[in-house]
Write a protein that binds this ligand. Structure first.
Ligand SMILES: *Cc1c(COP(=O)(O)O)cnc(C)c1O
Length: 363
């Protein structure tokens, strides 16, 4: 069995009960099983504050990127043009997906430690009327920065564009009023803040926009419209579904509710994050991001010393109970720590002790 906890933003440390929920083999066309999918979709809409008249939740096999690629490759027509607003690797990945799928795309880059500026987006859209869709990441997991989807969304909607939000690492941990923000497509996955295991992603989308996807898909397996048309009937997935993962997700949603919903989970994650940043700063390890733009999901720290080596630090910490994450910045030596999953203040405290021990072992 696992002898270390994951301080990584998915897969993450799940509960015993979520893992145990997978000890059943389900038949995919069985009514009882199909009803689980229906119930999951209903609960996802509730979590998103989206009405079932206007919105639908669609589950999609594969990791989170499959969900993002499903939306981009299904919703953007041949004559359309996407604008990707990027301040990290996941924003860049959306532009890369556009390239692979032959989707016309512009990219508006921002510094990794700054949230995208709504005025600049506004100016860009003013001078580029050919843009039809705008995509942005909510929590850029590259650094842990939390982008302002409300301010950007206002600009996007003023210009009447389709708004796509990759909320992979934030949905379930940060409250998002999808309908109020008029988000057209929001993507997240089973193994992040909902605390399920990896195996599928989900899309919360305006039904009218799903309908507009008809005939646009560039891929059979990733066609959002076709997936929706099948799933909406009775909860049956179009192709083989990850049955065990679905059962784990059902249990994870139950546990999210028991914890007190997204607000309570956000409070736990936020406390973990504040405690982590404060403790590490006391050890002389500098957080890369300013507190004001820090998400309660994951954070980046700068290596404290010249002779720092990620591999030796990783092994030292893992032997003492935790797996951490390497950094993803090109110009700076960093490492990352996630605080989502079954992680509590006592874990952060223990990690701080381990880090202090490591630092003193290095002199
Ligand atoms: C995790 C994540 C993804 C998806 O990554 P997969 O490895 O495909 O699950 C996409 N965007 C963001 C912001 C993420 O954190």
């Amino acid at each position: 069995m696992n002898n270390y906890k994951l301080l990584t933003p998915g897969p993450l440390t799940t509960t015993e009960t979520v893992k145990k929920a997978m000890l059943v083999d389900h038949c995919t066309w069985d009514d009882e099983y199909k009803q689980i999918t229906v119930a999951i979709c209903t609960q996802l809409l509730e979590l998103a504050h989206a009405s079932s008249e206007t919105y639908a939740a669609v589950l999609m096999q594969g990791s989170g990127s499959f969900g993002v690629e499903s939306v981009l490759s299904s919703s953007i027509g041949k004559q359309d043009k996407l604008l990707v607003i990027s301040n990290g690797a996941y924003g860049d990945r959306m532009a890369e997906m556009a390239y692979y799928n032959d989707i016309k795309c512009d990219i508006l880059n921002f510094f990794y430690n700054e949230t995208p500026d709504a005025d600049k987006v506004n100016a860009y859209l003013k001078t580029h009327p050919e843009i039809t869709h705008v995509a942005m990441v909510h929590c850029e997991t590259t650094t842990g920065i939390l982008n302002d989807i409300e301010a950007i969304g206002e600009v996007v909607k003023t210009h009447n564009k389709i708004y796509i939000v990759d909320a992979m690492s934030s949905f379930g941990g940060v409250d998002i009023e999808v309908e109020k923000l008029e988000i057209d497509f929001l993507i997240s996955s089973a193994n992040k803040c909902i605390q399920g295991v990896p195996g599928f992603s989900f899309v919360i989308a305006k039904k009218s926009e799903i309908m507009n996807c008809k005939g646009r898909a560039r891929s059979l397996s990733l066609s959002l419209y076709d997936q929706y048309k099948e799933m909406i009937k009775d909860g049956k997935w179009r192709f083989t579904s990850p049955t065990h993962v679905v059962l784990a997700f059902e249990q994870a949603l139950k546990e999210l509710k028991e914890e007190g919903g997204i607000i309570a989970r956000n409070t736990r994650f936020s406390k973990n994050m504040s405690y982590l940043r404060a403790n590490f700063e006391n050890l002389g390890i500098k957080p890369y991001l300013n507190q004001e733009v820090q998400s309660p999901i994951i954070t980046t720290f700068e290596f404290p010393k010249e002779n720092f080596n990620f591999k030796t630090m990783y092994d030292f910490i893992k032997a003492r109970g935790f797996a951490i994450y390497p950094g993803k910045l090109l110009n700076l030596e960093t490492f990352r720590i996630g605080v989502i999953g079954e992680i509590y203040l006592e874990d952060i405290e223990k990690l701080t002790d381990v880090m202090a021990e490591y630092l003193s072992s290095r002199g």
